[in-house]
Ligand binder design. Structure first.
Ligand code: PEP
Ligand code: MN
Length: 338
């Protein structure tokens, strides 16, 4: 349930409620919104319901939450969240473009890609150092060496960076190098990984599992939030269907559905959704039209030589062209595309 406070609630009122919740073993998650402060309660429902919180000073109402996820739901927080990373805002006012190669391959590749996408207007640079490949014989990524190259690109090009963390044992290393940690589709229900990412103080981009429902996806986000990390960005990256013209099927309907259910920002990855570079630009425009808060696209200086996902990677020129078309659209959708 959530306890919604009124305008007169004081810090002492909030503390009193938190202390009372602790006496029955419940946790309190306080969210101080622009208009309202609410306290999300996680604990034994029966015991919590016995406390007459409606009669407590500063309390406007007590609302039960019926959904299986709570902290990430709009019942808990009506206002859409804005995730701030450096000088970048990911949320309802902006359209954030994350771009870069599938994998970090070499210094030359990573620096030329970073400088080019920055010049075209991307603010966040992507590149996998730990790659979750379907075949154990495929390129597995450069590991920490790859992260160091990303960091160099970050500093030289003036971008923020995101990279995937595959394993709980790598969190400590990855967190040192990147601004946002990515959880890939194959790890969306790696609950141990999610719990550990809930304890860090950096944003997490959580991709939708390729066979997961929206509810399962939001429950996965709840695992992160429950441990205290509310800096979560969701990413729709296509789901498995019978259609074979594209690698996966991009579920654009998930975007307005997620916005109605959750306050978290949600972005779209049309590269992994389709596996086809010719579909990336039109689907980025579609993503903006359905209300996505940004996109993540694969871009490579030389896609034909890419060690991973060349066919879906835009060339630097194609990316630049796509950014121009998005900038034109952004004003119609009242989004700032910095
Ligand atoms: C990626 O973005 O590098 C990636 C592996 O994507 P996904 O987890 O969506 O397959
Ligand atoms: Mn890829």
């Amino acid at each position: 349930m959530v306890i919604v406070l009124n305008d007169q609630a004081t810090e002492a009122d909030i503390q009193l409620i938190i202390e009372k919740l602790h006496t029955v073993g419940a946790e309190a998650h306080v969210s101080r919104g622009q208009f309202k402060t609410v306290i999300g309660v996680i604990g034994d429902r029966e015991k919590v319901m016995e406390i007459p919180f409606e009669a407590y000073p500063g309390v406007e109402k007590v609302v039960p939450i019926m959904k299986p996820y709570k902290l990430v739901s709009r019942d808990f927080k009506q206002e859409l969240s804005v995730i701030k990373v450096g000088d970048v805002e990911i949320g309802p006012r902006t359209f954030t473009v994350i771009a870069g190669p599938c994998s970090v391959e070499s210094e030359e590749q990573i620096l030329s890609a970073a400088k080019a996408v920055r010049a075209s207007g991307a603010r966040v640079f992507r590149g996998g150092a730990y790659k979750p490949r379907t075949s154990p014989y495929s390129f597995q990524g450069l590991g920490e060496e790859g992260l160091a190259l990303l960091r160099k690109a970050r500093d030289e090009a003036g971008l923020l960076v995101i990279s995937e963390v595959l394993d709980v044992r790598d969190i400590e290393t990855v967190v040192e190098y990147v601004d946002i940690l990515q959880v890939g589709t194959r790890n969306m229900q790696n609950f141990l990984l999610l719990k550990e990412l809930g304890k860090i103080d950096k944003p997490v981009l959580l991709k939708r599992g390729m066979s997961s429902t929206i509810e399962e996806w939001l429950m996965a986000a709840e695992y992160i939030a429950k441990e205290g990390n509310n800096q979560i960005i969701l990413c729709e990256r296509g789901i498995r269907t019978f259609e074979s013209a594209t690698r996966n099927t991009l579920d654009l309907s998930a975007i307005p559905i997620v916005h109605s259910l959750s306050h978290l920002p949600v972005i779209v990855d049309p590269s992994h959704a389709t596996g086809r570079r010719d579909l990336v630009s039109p689907l980025c425009r579609g993503a903006m039209a359905v209300g996505a808060d940004g996109v993540m696209v694969e871009v490579h200086p030389n896609p034909s030589q890419a060690l991973c996902d060349g066919p879906q990677s835009l060339t630097l020129e194609e990316f630049d062209e796509m950014m121009r078309s998005l900038k034109v659209l952004a004003s119609s959708f009242e989004r700032i595309l910095p």
